[in-house]
Design a protein around this ligand. Sequence first.
Ligand code: PLP
Length: 471
Amino acid sequence: MTTLSKAFDSKTFKETGMELINFLADTFENADKREVIPYKTPEEQYLYWKKDFTISGNPEDLFKDVVNRSILYHHPHYMGHQTAVPALTSVLSSLVIDFMSNGMGVYEVGMVGNTMERVVCEHLCDKFGLGEDAGGFITSGGTLGTLTAILTAKAHYIHKHECDAKDIASLTVITSEQSHYCIERAAKTMGISSERIIKIPVDEDFRMRTDLLEEAYDMAEKSGKKVFCIVASAPSTSTGTHDDLIKTGKFCQEKDIWFHADGAHGAPAVFSEKYKYLVDGIGLADSVVMDFHKMMLTPGISTAVLLKHRHYAFETFRQEAEYLWNKNDFEWHHGGKSTFECTKSMSILKVYSLFKQFGDKVFEEFVDYQYDLTKEFAKLINCNHNFETAHNPDSNILCFRYTDCENPDSFNVRLREQIMIEGKFYIVQTSLNGKTYLRVTLLNPRTTIYHLERLLKELETTAKKLKLQKA
Ligand SMILES: Cc1ncc(COP(=O)(O)O)c(C=O)c1O
């Protein structure tokens, strides 16, 4: 057998595959028996893999090694960043996606994927009430989705107002000071400088002050700026606070400005009867971004970009490419005609498979559980005089801190680092109004109030140890 033919040997594929599935299922079942994060410093990790790279070995051992040396999202003590804990069907979808490896730029090589994108996006547009002309497609991540949406807003404005070079150089975006950094990154990538990215202050709940929109807009226009897009967060990243989409949407309608709703994290609240009020007004948006790999239980990365007028994206990316398409007009089934990417993964299968197996219900139960649990956790914290919360949670993100110490800002940094290094819990941190807070995102269906009680206890025990070390 040649080396190349070994790489395509189906017997090995079957054997390794069966063993791998068994190993992953065992890892899942026994998740809480290992550390959530087997923390190693970057240098230790580098030396390990540098050596590993030189030793030939079988894939079974390699895959096990990867899992055993990585953070485990399925562990109930994983409550850090907003990356989904993947549902198991969705994990299997990833295998099919990579085995088929169908691209999406051209219909023939992405027949199923392009069609599934259309079906799922139409379902989502219906849910959000985006209207008859709405539709969307998938991009690789919320950052790229945001760039795609804001580029579309810009192209549409330039076309509609027949802008000259001077107008284009004046284009301005308004967003809140709590919006995700990808808004600013997208604007800067498009050549919009910092002074034309206006950040509206937030109120005490970290919600964009929509009462300041009129003044910010007037000042911008008076100084020759042309506001073409306003971005509201649904919700913001640090605190998970939902901006008022109704007020923002109506303001945009009144001024004829593109309204982009960044629902990367929280747009799935739409599936919940109890919490869908949080995204009231999302139907007014010209574009919505929604990550499947945050609150839709899928592995990374897959993001829906939904547009009130689907064909605007085609106008934005209209290009000749004779080697791909004959006609230079809008055809939904050629993914590459409306998106930034050319070769793209059929990542839609990850969420399509969940819709097909469980319907909307699985997302409703998920949102209800996590949002309820976060409120319960906030109550628990507020009953403990050693801690304080930074805000009342709107969603499943909560910032809080340990207060029984001299300098809570530096102490909470050390505290978080210590419990991470010990591999006990994975939580993150953020800064709000210049103060450091611990931050959790509750998106693990296996995390219960019992684990959160243990987290507070662990933080208190570790805090005592750190204080003793200092004394
Ligand atoms: C509100 C919000 N928008 C956009 C993004 C960017 O998404 P992605 O990480 O998929 O690029 C994030 C990521 O955390 C986010 O929280």
